[in-house]
Design a protein around this ligand. Sequence first.
Ligand SMILES: Cc1ncc(COP(=O)(O)O)c(C=O)c1O
Length: 366
Amino acid sequence: MIRNLAKKGVASLQRYLPGKPIEQVKRELGLKEVIKLASNENPLGPSPLAVQALREAISQVHLYPEDGGPQLREAVAQRLGVSPEEVILGNGSVEIIQAIEMAFLNPGEKAVISHPSFALYRITTQAAGGKEVLIPLKNWRHDLEAMAKVVDEHTKLLFIDNPINPVGTMVTQEELQPLIERMPENTIVILDEAYYEFQDKANYPNSLQWVRQGVNVVILRTFSKIYGLAGLRLGYGIAKKEIVELLNQVRLPFNVNLLALKAAMACLNDEEHIQRTRKLNQEGKKYLYEELDRLGVEYLPSETNFIMIELGQDAQSTYQEFLRQGVIVRPLHAYGLPTKIRLTVGKREENEAFIRSLKKIIRKRS
Ligand SMILES: Cc1ncc(COP(=O)(O)O)c(C=O)c1O
């Protein structure tokens, strides 16, 4: 059987389940109007500066991009106050997660992962033949003490998404610092800050300081969320030079495409678009919290652009009901949370459409 030929850990992998695309739902259910609040995309779309840059770049796509994206790495480094040798670009930050696994995790070595947290950490660890050590969240937050405790000489990686997808909670500088200090030389901590720009807490960890101090950390950020470029696939990692060099050794040539590089260069410092997105997100959360409170529906306050919502019964069937009403949300059964959904905060009218659908579903149930 061909499955027997697969590498250890691959045949039994649970594939990543992405949010359903709008076109597919329209096709399958014969709907004209569908809104997607399932993948934490930016409801405002890309920055106008990115759109303009894409128009200008389109006639150049017969050319390979500049490998490694030196110009963008320079710009990111300047924005963050690090050196360009400390920055690596990926085809989405997921590609950098995969590169970390490829470069560092030998078969049988351990990766410490919170459960639930972003699904890709488990998938890439299993694909690499690594051993996952799952640590349950405590009160829906990373249990940093428990994570630090299980680290031993066979632990190569430790993943912290901050804030956590799909939960939305974050850990602070004071909480994270002791874990970083306790890490042995043989362990690399991945600080996945995909939603960094959405939180505004003064005590959010200053993770860049750890890179500057030469600590074994890789910080991950992305153009997919606040920058609204999810479809172009572009993320970046920040780590000390020696780590970045190793990651460059395993990544494919031209891993980031020309259009993504041009668009990101144009919008990296578009503070206006970033601020508009943050404001829309804050207003959207406020509206959704108020409506959910009014309906007596439980949710977890979030530091991100999504909210985890408790539906009190099998969320898979409720998810289907939402779909029939043209609203795509994310059921969380794959994360071991069968009664919950994750909702991306959308534009005002999208949030209202979600609440209208939820009200109908609740009415039908009672
Ligand atoms: C925590 C976290 N990390 C990484 C990613 C992947 O982002 P990218 O589009 O940059 O690959 C996501 C996407 O949902 C995420 O939630």
